[in-house]
Design a protein around this ligand. Structure first.
Ligand code: ADP
Ligand code: MG
Length: 230
C-alpha cells in the first residue's frame, strides 16, 4: 500500500523520473535503506539531522539531475554545524548546473559505513518481449566501465538471485577476497528477490536502479534510487 501511494503521488505530479524521494518504495518491500528524509529548508534539514545522526549525508533531489555527484550534489560526512551551508550550496550547485531545474528539495540521510562493504548495483528494466529483467553487478563508477553484470527474468526465486552473485567476475570481492570479510550474501540475494517482486507488482516501473546497494558483512543498505515510470 505504501508503495502504491508513492507511485500514485508521482503520477499526480506527472513525474516520470523519480529519485531518492521514492525510497519508501524500497522500505515497503523490506529492502533495507538508511534513515532519510527530503526537506525543503535548512531548518528542516537540521531537524532531520538531529534525529538521525552526526554526521549525515546530504543530496540534491531533482528529476533533472541524474548523476548527483557529477555536479557536487552529494555531500558525505556533513556535521550538524555545516548543515545550513551544505543545504544552500547544494541548491546553488543545482541552479548553476541548470537554472530551470525542478528542485524537490534536499535529502538528509543517515551515513552508511561503506569501508567494510562493496558498492553493488541492483537494477531492473523491461524487455518488450520478455518482460521485467533484474540486473546485478558491481556498483558505483565501476558499473559503466566494467559491464560486469548478471541478468535474469523477474520474478526471481532466491536460488536464481543467489546464482547472479556467483556469476559476475567480481564475485570474489563479495565472497571475501584478500582477507576481507565476505559480504552477507543471503541479504544481497533477498534484496534482489524483493526488488524483482516490486517490479513484477508494478508494471508502471519501466526502469529502476539501486546504485549503490552497499553489501556488507552485516547486511545490505540501498543508499540511492532512481526509477522511470511509464
Ligand atoms: P549519484 O549516484 O546520483 O551520484 P549517490 O546517492 O549514489 O548519488 O551517491 C554517490 C556516492 O556517495 C555513493 O556511491 C556512495 O559512495 C556515497 N554515498 C551516498 N550516500 C551515502 C550514505 N548514506 N552513506 C555513505 N556513503 C554514501
Ligand atoms: Mg548513485
Amino acid at each position: 500500500e505504501a508503495a502504491r501511494d508513492v507511485l500514485e503521488r508521482a503520477g499526480e505530479r506527472g513525474a516520470t523520473r523519480l529519485g531518492v524521494e521514492a525510497m519508501p518504495l524500497l522500505d515497503a518491500y523490506g529492502i533495507p535503506t538508511p534513515a532519510g528524509e527530503v526537506v525543503d529548508s535548512p531548518v528542516d534539514a537540521l531537524a532531520v539531522a538531529e534525529r538521525i545522526g552526526d554526521p549525515v549525508v546530504m543530496k540534491i533531489v531533482s528529476p533533472d539531475i541524474l548523476h548527483k555527484s557529477d555536479i557536487g550534489g552529494v555531500k558525505v560526512g556533513v556535521a550538524h554545524e555545516d548543515v545550513y551551508d551544505a543545504f544552500e550550496d547544494l541548491v546553488t550547485r543545482a541552479r548553476n548546473y541548470q537554472p530551470d531545474a525542478t528542485i524537490l528539495g534536499v535529502q538528509v540521510q543517515e551515513m552508511v559505513e561503506t569501508e567494510s562493504g562493496v558498492e553493488t548495483i541492483a537494477g531492473t528494466n523491461r524487455d518488450p518481449q520478455f518482460g521485467p529483467l533484474v540486473l546485478f553487478g558491481l556498483g558505483g563508477v565501476f558499473v559503466e566501465v566494467m559491464e560486469d553484470t548478471a541478468l535474469r527474468l523477474a520474478p526471481l526465486a532466491e536460488s536464481e538471485a543467489r546464482a547472479m552473485l556467483d556469476e559476475i567476475q567480481a564475485a570474489p570481492l563479495l565472497s571475501g577476497a584478500r582477507g576481507r570479510d565476505p559480504v552477507d550474501e543471503p541479504a544481497v540475494t533477498e534484496a534482489l528477490a524483493r526488488l524483482s517482486q516490486l517490479v513484477t507488482d508494478f508494471p508502471a516501473i519501466l526502469e529502476l536502479d539501486v546504485n549503490p546497494l552497499v553489501a556488507r558483512p552485516d547486511g545490505v543498505q540501498a543508499v540511492d534510487l532512481r526509477l522511470t515510470l511509464d
